[in-house]
Design a protein around this ligand. Structure first.
Ligand code: ADP
Ligand code: MG
Length: 317
């Protein structure tokens, strides 16, 4: 049974010239590239935590690929290969086909080949390992933010959190749910930030939580302007209470946008890049020497945010 599932998976994978031996042996054989470093990352998705048992399987597959691709995007890496660890309660062929449509569909869009994995019987859980190329020494790390840098974020914030709360109605509600269930990894943006950004992270746990990681690793602080945080039309329409909207934007996870820091003289190039990619890039604050993160309103007055983000084992903090 396990083998017929693996055959089903193997039949659908995209080929790549640098996959010398793919699914079917004890390990895959992959061809390294001169002058490049390999970025590697793994994310596990569990039923009841990261997705619901009755979510559409293709959405689960899409999200499993997207959250991992997003980590590569945040390093400025070009996706290459992935491995898929699947734990399934039963050999449900229809579920697997739907899952593969979402997973392999998004992987193929980014030229990423599935080269191996493991298939076992157990509570539904999906572990994905991804690997991608970065030019040697040029990865976008969390520890590169410098005092005087401006902070930027791609796209809009808070949509996925509003989708999880089932906010809104009609088209706006559908948009927010799609942002939650089918996030878009910012792969093209990540690769274009080499030479422009000093540090980057993807917003998976919430803006303030993820910014906190950059600040801690870089040994700096920041001020964020609450009123300039980008919000989608759907979020504005569905979450009318500005205080609630801000909580979603600052603390809601799962948006998978890129948060990055860049020196102020890069701002014309970043605005041009936003136009070229058709993806909004918004300046939301600046890096400072004073440790910690300060949040201010349009008048520069400090604002207290109670909920900072999501932590596994602790919940919302
Ligand atoms: P082994 O027992 O040597 O680990 P398996 O029977 O688990 O081998 O796997 C056989 C082949 O199928 C291996 O090449 C493995 O990488 C691949 N494989 C197993 N499960 C998956 C999966 N879910 N996705 C992709 N490849 C898989
Ligand atoms: Mg195995």
């Amino acid at each position: 049974m396990e083998f017929s599932l693996i055959d089903r998976i193997a039949a659908r994978v995209t080929a790549r010239a640098d996959v010398l031996l793919g699914i079917g042996d004890d390990a895959a054989l992959l061809q390294p590239r001169a002058g490049m470093q390999l970025a590697a990352s793994c994310d596990v998705l569990n039923v009841g935590v990261h997705f619901a048992a009755d979510d559409p399987p293709s959405a689960i597959g899409h999200k499993a690929a997207a959250v991992n691709l997003s980590d590569l995007a945040a390093m400025g890496a070009e996706p290459a290969w992935c491995l898929l660890g699947l734990s399934l309660p039963e050999a449900d062929i229809d579920w697997l086909d739907g899952f593969l449509e979402g997973f392999l569909g998004l992987a193929a869009q980014h030229g990423m080949a599935l080269v191996g994995g493991d298939t076992t019987c157990g509570p539904c859980s999906i572990a994905v390992t991804v690997q991608g190329w970065v030019p040697a020494g040029r990865a976008l790390r969390r520890d590169g933010a410098r005092v005087g840098d401006e902070l930027w974020v791609s796209g809009t914030l808070g949509d996925a959190a509003a989708g999880l709360a089932r906010a809104g109605a009609g088209g706006a509600a559908a948009f927010l749910r799609a942002r939650l269930q089918r996030p878009t990894p910012r792969i093209a943006l990540g690769q274009r930030l080499h030479g422009l950004a000093h540090a980057a992270i993807d917003v998976s746990d919430g803006l303030l939580a993820d910014l906190g990681h950059v600040l801690a690793r870089s040994g700096v602080g920041a001020t964020i302007e609450l009123d300039v945080l980008p919000a989608s039309e759907a979020l504005r329409e569905s979450v009318r209470d500005p205080a609630q909207r801000r909580i979603f934007q600052c603390s809601g996870g799962d948006d998978y946008e890129l948060l990055f820091s860049a020196s102020p003289e890069r701002s014309p190039a970043l605005n041009a890049l936003a136009d070229e990619l058709g993806l909004p890039l918004t300046r939301i604050g600046r890096i400072e020497s004073v440790p910690g993160c300060r949040i201010v309103d349009a008048a520069g007055q400090p604002v207290q945010m109670l909920q900072r983000g999501w932590q596994h084992f602790a919940g919302a903090v």
